[in-house]
Design a protein around this ligand. Structure first.
Ligand SMILES: Nc1ncnc2c1ncn2[C@@H]1O[C@H](COP(=O)(O)OP(=O)(O)OP(=O)(O)O)[C@@H](O)[C@H]1O
Length: 356
């Protein structure tokens, strides 16, 4: 396993003026389970291909345990890869497919057998080892591809590029959990590319969120939920995402249209130093209905949806639609509500970046 360091790493494709990957520096710790999450076109594949050696970056370096591997081809980087679609040998048995990466490295046959059995057990393939791969479904073949990616202990990292695309949603759920378990058992460094937030949040210890060629936050699922570092993270993570409201600082309070929200002095001082247009961010989970008469924000009820275990309230405040998650037993009486934003969970952003 290796610690992977990206040093001033950026990429512009030939003939393209704009960066597909903005120059950035970061460290992926040895043995970590990382998910690379972002919408289509944000640069995930470009970054993965640079780490795997399929693409040489136009700027900066990739270091594995301090060793510069930027110009090394894939086969010299000692990594395993699992792609969207199965890559296995149809004429071989399941056992031989799983054993292939080990035999290729001249591992003694006794060790090959024990390692293949270990991986087969984790992936629930023990009963299938003698079957010929040609008779398997696309889904079964992809599970074997996962096994082939995980079978070697000596790789610097295992890279997964949307590996569960061909898998049925129910099995997908089981496999995500199994991958997490495998990570804890085998202590492999895993990098998992996906555009699906559920997939990223259930699998990874650290989620790396990309937006427009930039990593905008690397953090635990809890960090991304509680303290999004960028408005994109606030909006992209969560269902529905964070409410984002343009606002103005006015002395020791924040103005939202005609209404004011008072701030603690240090927060007001901090925001006064920003000197740019501000956006207030608060998740639907961190807004409460206030008691009548309490100092709170006034909003007009647009709709209330019962989602079973929670209710989703949509209101209009300062000309913006706002989502509020209510408990299943809470109700709304009348066309207006009063709302409290949890101050510890209310964030402020300028030019997309969190400033307080
Ligand atoms: N070979 C290429 N030549 C020129 N531009 C490219 C090339 N490959 C990707 N790009 C551009 O680089 C940007 C990032 O693309 P990339 O494929 O890395 O994103 P992605 O997040 O992996 O998207 P997806 O999930 O759709 O694969 C996009 O704007 C894309 O158009």
């Amino acid at each position: 396993m290796a610690r992977i360091e990206l040093a001033g790493l950026g990429h512009r494709y030939p003939g393209n003026e704009a960066y597909s990957l903005q120059p950035q520096t970061m460290v992926w710790e040895d043995g970590g389970a990382y998910a690379l999450l972002g919408p289509s076109g944000c640069g995930k594949t470009t970054l993965l291909n640079i780490i795997s050696g399929l693409l040489i970056p136009s700027e900066g370096k990739v270091l594995f345990d301090g060793r510069d591997v930027t110009a090394l081809p894939t086969e010299k980087r000692n990594i395993a890869q699992v792609f969207q679609f199965p890559v296995i040998y149809d004429t071989m048995t399941v056992f031989d497919n799983l054993a292939f990466p080990l035999r290729n490295r001249k591992m003694p046959e006794k060790e090959v057998r024990s390692r293949v059995q270990e991986i087969a057990e984790i992936l629930d393939l023990s009963g299938e080892l003698k079957r010929r791969a040609s008779g398997l479904s696309a889904e079964e073949k992809q599970i074997i591809s996962l096994g082939r990616g995980l079978v070697r202990k000596d790789v610097a990292a295992v890279l997964f590029d949307e590996p569960l695309t061909v898998i049925d949603p129910h099995v997908k759920w089981l496999l995500r959990r199994q991958l997490k378990l495998i990570h804890h058992q085998l202590k492999l460094s895993l990098i998992y590319v996906t555009h699906d937030q559920i997939e990223a949040l259930t699998f990874a210890d650290q989620v790396v969120v990309m937006y427009e060629g930039q990593v905008v936050q690397m953090g635990t699922p809890q960090d991304l939920f509680e303290t999004p570092a960028h408005t994109f993270v606030g909006h992209f993570i969560g269902s529905p995402g964070m409410n984002l409201l343009p606002c103005e600082l006015n002395g020791d309070s924040i103005r939202l249209g005609e209404q004011s929200l008072s701030l603690e002095k240090p927060l007001a001082t901090r925001l006064a130093q920003v000197g740019q247009a501000l956006t207030l961010g608060v998740r639907p989970e961190f807004i409460r209905l206030a008691a009548p008469g309490a100092t709170a924000l006034d909003a007009e009820v647009v709709k209330l949806e019962d989602l079973g275990t929670v209710k989703l309230l949509t209101v209009q405040l300062a000309g913006q639609l706002l989502r509020v998650k209510l408990g299943e037993h809470e109700s709304v009486a009348g066309p207006r509500v009063r709302l409290d934003f949890d101050p510890a969970r209310t964030m402020y952003y300028a030019a997309g970046q969190r400033v307080a």
